[in-house]
Design a binder for this molecule. Structure first.
Ligand SMILES: Cc1cc2nc3c(=O)[nH]c(=O)nc-3n(C[C@H](O)[C@H](O)[C@H](O)COP(=O)(O)OP(=O)(O)OC[C@H]3O[C@@H](n4cnc5c(N)ncnc54)[C@H](O)[C@@H]3O)c2cc1C
Length: 418
């Protein structure tokens, strides 16, 4: 630790990005304080992973950029500074051992997000970094184009560097108030319009609502856009009262939300048995006809792995009577059934909004932020970390890994910058 240096650094936001930024800056010898608008730090971190905190995953850092889409390369320097392995080591050093029960998702061994937050706060205490609660930063203070500090709760707080780690718009009650965007814009930064991501979808069709609570371990979903690339995902799906949720749906939801923001609806194709092609399903129905002709189609579908309630819905959606048997299926009924199983059409009319979105897509435009330092290209002394930036990943620990890693890099660089 370089104790000789005592640069004043203010971190805006006590989420995972801000807490790591503060620790990193303090370990560089800076005088750091964290300003948090809520009356508790790390509220979203506490809620993460259903309270278990899926803090990263076992993928190598090199595989991350592709998971963050078009702009994924931006996160490479952050992951070089604090990739998944380094993050687990860092937490182990703080006394938080981690495990991966399924070989992919990584959690603290206590399976409690509170352990993670407590360790971070304890480390901040050890580094003599105050976390000042109820301190909403309302403006950045500049003089002749140089950052001088921030205003919070009516007071001017001087700082030579500011790390803006104020998160996005998701879950307002956990601090996702989008307050960081206005601060960035006032500093001259462009904003990519925020939309909800990792959010359940609302369908025009009402049949998913009749299956609320039913889940599928594997489904495939494709955005059905004529003459455009068709984002697709495969994984677990959950029917809800208003439409669809579950990891596969959440992962596609950002792309859906972008489309909805353009004023259109989002047509989806849902494959309920993603391992089976249309040809193999026709073959299967031929076998049913010859060997199990007296059995009901709904029962046979359930034996292929569809939950019974869903199998009954599929039979109805294909226009068949509930007790239709395999032997009674006509050629056109088989085609209708195969169509429902492989490419069931659904229309998404809305998402469940920022109130239910785990992350925000959009935010501070990346072109005005240097990926190697996370420094503003507009305002010397200003740094960014975490969800406030226009970068979001899929489910599975990617977003916390990004928040922690970018916080680490931004905090170090904020402490070092002259
Ligand atoms: C329910 C839920 C579960 C999740 N589970 C997971 C998971 O298991 N794994 C995963 O990888 N990701 C998960 N996420 C996403 C993850 O929590 C976020 O990506 C992450 O918290 C972003 O970190 P951040 O520090 O950038 O922002 P935040 O955690 O949002 O922190 C920003 C902080 O800044 C404060 N703030 C905002 N404006 C101001 C201001 N003007 N002045 C002062 N303070 C301000 C806010 O109050 C907030 O405390 C989950 C999200 C939710 C909502």
């Amino acid at each position: 630790m370089n104790v000789g240096h005592s640069k004043a650094v203010v971190v805006v936001g006590a989420g995972p990005a801000g807490l790591l930024a503060a620790i990193a800056a303090a370990r560089q010898g800076a005088r750091v304080q964290v300003l948090e608008q809520m009356d508790r730090p790390g509220l979203k971190l506490l809620a993460s992973g259903g309270g278990r905190c899926n803090l990263t995953n076992t993928l190598p850092a090199a595989d991350y950029p592709a998971r963050f889409g078009r702009q994924g390369r931006f996160l490479a320097p952050s992951l070089t500074a604090c990739g998944p392995d380094r993050l687990r080591e860092f937490f182990a050093e703080l006394g938080v051992r981690t495990h991966s029960p399924d070989g992919f998702h990584v959690y603290p061994v206590t399976d409690s997000a509170a352990t993670v937050l407590a360790a971070l706060l304890q480390e901040l205490e050890r580094c003599a970094v105050p976390v000042r609660l109820g301190m909403k930063v309302t403006s950045l203070v500049y003089a002749v184009g140089n950052l001088q500090g921030v205003r919070a709760a009516g007071a001017a707080i001087p700082a030579e560097a500011v790390v803006l780690a104020a998160g996005g718009c998701s879950y307002p009650e956990l601090g996702g108030t989008g307050g960081g965007y206005a601060l960035a814009q006032a500093a001259g930064h462009a904003l990519v319009a925020p939309v909800p991501a990792l959010v359940p979808l609302v369908t025009r069709e009402t049949w998913p609502g009749e299956l609320a609570g039913v889940s599928l371990a594997q489904a495939r979903l494709e955005l059905d856009l004529p003459r455009r690339s068709r984002p697709a995902v495969q994984g677990a799906l959950l029917f809800t009262h208003r439409g669809l949720s579950g990891p596969a749906v959440l992962d596609l939801s950002g792309a859906v939300a972008e489309l909805l923001a353009q004023g259109s609806v989002a047509p989806l194709r849902l494959s309920l048995l993603p391992g089976a092609s249309a040809a193999s399903l026709h073959g299967l129905m031929g076998l049913w006809h010859s060997a199990q002709g007296r059995r009901s189609v709904a029962r046979l579908l359930a034996e292929e792995g569809l939950p019974q309630a869903l199998a009954r819905s599929v039979v109805r959606l294909a226009g068949l009577a509930a007790d239709r048997t395999a032997a009674q299926l006509t050629a056109s009924e088989r085609r209708a059934l195969v169509g429902c199983l492989t490419a069931c059409p659904l229309t998404v009319t809305a998402t469940e909004g920022f109130a239910r979105a785990m992350v925000t897509r959009g935010g501070v435009a990346l072109r005005e932020v240097a990926p190697a330092t996370l420094a503003s290209r507009k305002m010397p002394g200003l740094f960014f970390a975490g969800e406030v930036l226009d970068l979001d990943g899929p489910c599975g620990g990617f977003n916390l890994q990004w928040a922690f890693a970018s916080g680490w890099l931004a905090g170090r660089r904020a402490a070092q910058a002259s």
